[in-house]
Write a protein that binds this ligand. Structure first.
Ligand SMILES: [Zn+2]
Length: 79
């Protein structure tokens, strides 16, 4: 995994850097924001924003955050 301090993850939807710049914080930001553009981006990755959100709310741990974080990492522009 890349070092978030040198290479922060920027939200692919709104361009905002989540707190630490890690992919998991970016995922958290996306769920926390949850507006139409963020939902549509997640759905466009072949995921269901609503299902992930429900999973996150009903199961312990950070499984949904981790799934979304992995997708965010994969879609990042390569340097
Ligand atoms: Zn965003």
């Amino acid at each position: 995994m890349s070092d978030p301090t040198n290479d922060p993850v920027i939200c692919p939807v709104c361009g905002k850097k989540a707190k630490t710049g890690s992919a998991i914080d970016c995922a958290r930001h996306m769920f926390g924001t949850g507006d139409k553009p963020h939902r549509e981006w997640v759905n466009a990755q072949g995921l269901s924003f609503i299902d992930l959100l429900i999973d996150q709310a009903t199961t312990p741990g950070n499984a949904s955050y981790q799934i979304l974080a992995d997708v965010i990492e994969k879609t990042r522009p390569k340097k």
